[in-house]
Design a protein around this ligand. Structure first.
Ligand code: C5P
Length: 229
């Protein structure tokens, strides 16, 4: 049995990838499998936390998870997170959120008109949910954790971008993981560096998504030790 070091902590974890509707049958999506977020939720639950998983378009098994809220688009994810955050001690944004969404979503399927080229899809920017959660803390002492999936080469720009993002977003912890070239998305393992709001390294972890999840919870306990009984 796992150490019960998150006992009674109320945790909200988002997982998966948002889908932004183009019309009733099409969307703009991403390749996030949701596995890392699900692993975070499972690890927290095993360590005694009360966990709500907010899942965006997950196709992975969720057996054993006690509380799951299902969302589709960024707007739905944002609504769920903002309504759950006030009661949470720790909020983790693992979901891959679309930066942009179609400006207009017609109520019926967009038709191909013979002889006419494709209509351009106008995009507008989505709100940054993580930055919003970090700015408007649901409760005093709440810990806000973000993820940064960065592509790049080994020359260090992955970490450089991740650290800059940590400072920009204002989360207490940012988990930087390199993606692409068979890493991160859709794989069973992960390799991460966890930095604080100043971009300083708190921990490094490599292994299964469950092992990485446990390292993230260890880092949460490091920045915010539970109150002495
Ligand atoms: O800027 P980037 O998308 O790389 O930031 C990743 C982090 O920010 C993740 O924690 C993701 O869940 C969160 N995010 C968000 N809202 C957005 C974009 C990203 O909460 N619109």
């Amino acid at each position: 049995q796992a150490a019960q070091d998150l006992t009674d902590l109320r945790v909200v974890v988002s997982a998966g990838g948002t889908r932004e509707p183009i019309d009733p049958v099409r969307f703009i999506g991403n390749r996030s499998s949701g596995r890392q977020g699900i692993a975070l939720a499972r690890a927290a639950q095993d360590r005694g936390a009360r966990v709500t998983l907010v899942g965006a378009n997950l196709s992975e098994p969720l057996d054993g998870l006690e509380d799951v809220v299902t969302v589709g688009s960024t707007a739905e994810l944002r609504e769920a997170m903002l309504s759950l955050a006030p009661d949470a001690d720790v909020v983790v944004m693992t979901a891959a959120v679309a930066d942009f969404r179609p400006a207009h979503t017609p109520a019926s399927k967009i038709k191909k008109v013979p002889g006419q080229g494709p209509a351009p899809i106008e995009l507008v920017e989505n709100p940054d949910i993580l930055a919003e959660l970090a700015r408007d803390r649901g409760r005093p002492g709440q810990v806000v954790v973000g993820f940064a999936a960065e592509t790049g080469d080994a020359s260090g720009d992955v970490w450089h971008h991740g650290r800059a993002k940590a400072r920009r977003k204002g989360a207490d912890l940012l988990v930087i993981n390199p993606v692409g070239h068979g890493k991160g998305f859709g794989t069973d393992t992960n390799e991460v560096t966890i930095v604080d709001a100043q971009g300083e390294t708190v921990a490094q972890a490599q292994g299964t998504k469950r092992e990485v999840a446990d390292a993230v919870w260890d880092a949460v306990l490091k920045v915010s030790p539970p109150p002495a009984a």
